[in-house]
Write a protein that binds this ligand. Structure first.
Ligand code: NAD
Length: 504
């Protein structure tokens, strides 16, 4: 029998979770989720319509306006989040398997993701109530002035397919703990763990109507989430193009927006960097999860004096990276998410070659053996890249590394900042002063020194430029989900006689 999470997780058709229960799509629509590593069926889920999104928004609105959730204390809501973290750990095997099947990523990577997701809920559960506002010293003995925080209201939370539940958790945890209600829309390609999360939230004590889920294509279920006047905030993690569509749609009702979009992230390597660590980082930076990482270090910017030898070693190591499905113990990386995405990555590589880039490894679609059953694309390195080439400007979101070289520190910084994005970057050097100077000069939301990829839920995540608006994680990630209100009380009311020249 085919192993599907449909039989592991689902006894009834799921996908739309509205007002505390599973619903069918209003037109009866369904869609089949398939594993990108081999095309096997993972689950059949409900595929929502725009009308279903509106039902979910109505549920969230009613729960926010009339329900108990936002009236609980921060500490009470925080306790629910801590329970969610415990339940995620209890059900880690189920979640990790579902995430691996939906995305094709290695099971071990999916397990790391579930640990990170539990850590995110635990972080926001623990800081709930630590910042309840502040009292202002007005200098006036007859006035009390204080700033308090309130939930924004109904939040539309829209997530991508690369880290499906992790990206959702970065939104769900702060939205919940601050007292909001939400409608979550996962990618139509990877809905399984978001479906499971609804069960976990209910078990942890989140009341009906607070957490709602709609599954289906963005073009169909998305528009009401960014245009309906009952929605107060749209938080998207996705592509620049989707961000621009949502921003335009949200303008009419002047919604709050929080965006985590794309990246074109430089990895600057100086000649004095620790050699082995720098080679290793260059590989992990771009080939982790087959490059389907918003912060992937897809641009290697390496000092001229070491470039030839450094790139040769990166290429030799890249050729040896083993591709395979989620449960292949020998696999080091998995497939791309879909045939369409792989075709786009391949076209991107071909365009780079046509513009003069040199193909140093990869750059083909595997047609033999088990890899032919999935959407695999080998680690690819493009040398001889020059400013202005499309491969240096556009995000590939695949396992493609471009190489640029520099002579001076100033040149390195200029190349690294030569992007409309600004999500993440790295600098490799053994000179601590140079490391700090370059880190300060990079116009990117995260900068790693002699490292690539680590993050912690306590530290803000987000981008400069077209990489986004606002921040996730950390205190700023909480603030996205609350309004500040200033309350002033005059303890001894008396006429000010501002207009005292016009008595009755
Ligand atoms: P995408 O923009 O195609 O889709 C993201 C989500 O938006 C999906 O759920 C999709 O269904 C939905 N959507 C699409 N059109 C919509 C609309 N009109 N209204 C509402 N929702 C709509 O992105 P993707 O392909 O799923 O993910 C890859 C992109 O995400 C990359 O560009 C990557 O850089 C970015 N990303 C960024 C971060 C970050 O932290 N900055 C993290 C992960 C991914």
């Amino acid at each position: 029998m085919t192993t599907t999470i449909h039989n592991v997780l689902q006894d009834t058709l799921k996908g739309l979770y509205i007002d505390g229960g599973w619903r069918q799509a209003s037109d009866g629509g369904t869609s089949t989720v398939r594993c990108p590593a081999d095309g096997r069926e993972v689950a059949i889920v409900a595929s929502a319509t725009a009308a279903d999104s509106e039902r979910a928004i109505a549920s969230a609105r009613a729960a926010f306006d009339d329900g108990p959730w936002r009236r609980l204390t921060d500490i009470e809501r925080g306790a629910v989040l801590l329970r969610v973290a415990d339940l995620l750990e209890r059900d880690k095997a189920i979640y990790a398997k579902a995430e691996a099947l939906d995305t094709g990523k290695r099971l071990v990577e999916a397990e790391y993701d579930i640990d990170d997701i539990a850590a995110c809920f635990r972080y926001y559960g623990k800081i709930a109530g630590l910042d309840a506002g502040r009292v202002i010293d007005t200098g006036k003995p007859n006035a009390i002035s204080r700033v308090v925080y309130e939930p924004i209201g109904v939040c539309a939370l829209i997530a991508p397919w690369n880290y499906p539940l992790l990206q959702a958790a970065w939104k769900v945890a702060p939205a919940l703990v601050t007292g909001n209600s939400f409608v979550l829309k996962p990618s139509e390609l990877t809905p399984s763990t978001s479906i499971q999360l609804m069960e976990t939230l209910a078990e942890a004590g989140v009341p009906a109507g607070v957490a709602n889920l709609v599954t289906g294509p963005g073009s169909k279920v998305g528009p009401p989430l960014s245009s309906d006047p009952r929605v107060d905030l749209v938080s998207l993690t996705g592509s620049l193009a989707t961000g621009q569509t949502i921003m335009a749609a949200a303008a009419e009702t002047v919604k709050n927006i929080a965006f985590e979009l794309g990246g074109k992230n430089p990895n600057v390597v100086f000649a004095d960097a620790d050699w082995d660590a720098a080679v290793d980082n260059a590989l992990t930076a771009v080939f982790l999860h087959s490059g389907q990482v918003c912060s992937a270090g897809a641009r290697l910017v390496v000092e001229e004096t070491i470039a030839e030898r450094f790139v040769a070693e990166v290429v030799e190591r890249a050729k040896r990276i083993r591709m395979g499905g989620p449960f292949d113990p020998n696999a080091e990386t998995g497939p791309l998410i879909s045939a369409k995405h792989r075709d786009q990555v391949h076209a991107y590589v071909q365009a780079g070659i046509a513009e003069g880039a040199e193909l140093l490894c990869g750059g083909y679609i595997p047609e033999d053996g088990v890899l032919a059953d999935g959407f695999f694309y080998p680690p690819t390195v493009l040398g001889n890249c020059r400013s202005g080439m499309s491969v240096l400007l556009e995000e590939s979101f695949g396992p493609v590394l471009t190489v640029e070289t520099f002579g001076t520190e100033a040149e390195a910084v200029a190349i690294a900042n030569d992007t409309e994005y600004g999500l993440a970057g790295a600098v490799g050097t053994s000179d601590a002063s140079k490391a700090q100077r370059v880190a300060n000069a990079l116009r990117h939301g995260t900068v790693w020194i002699n490292d690539f990829h680590p993050y912690v839920p306590q530290a803000e995540w987000g981008g400069f430029g077209k990489s986004g608006i606002g921040r996730e994680l950390g205190q700023a990630g909480l603030n996205e989900y609350r309004e500040a209100k200033h309350i002033w009380q005059n303890l001894t009311p008396a006429p000010t006689e501002w207009f005292g020249g016009n008595p009755l």
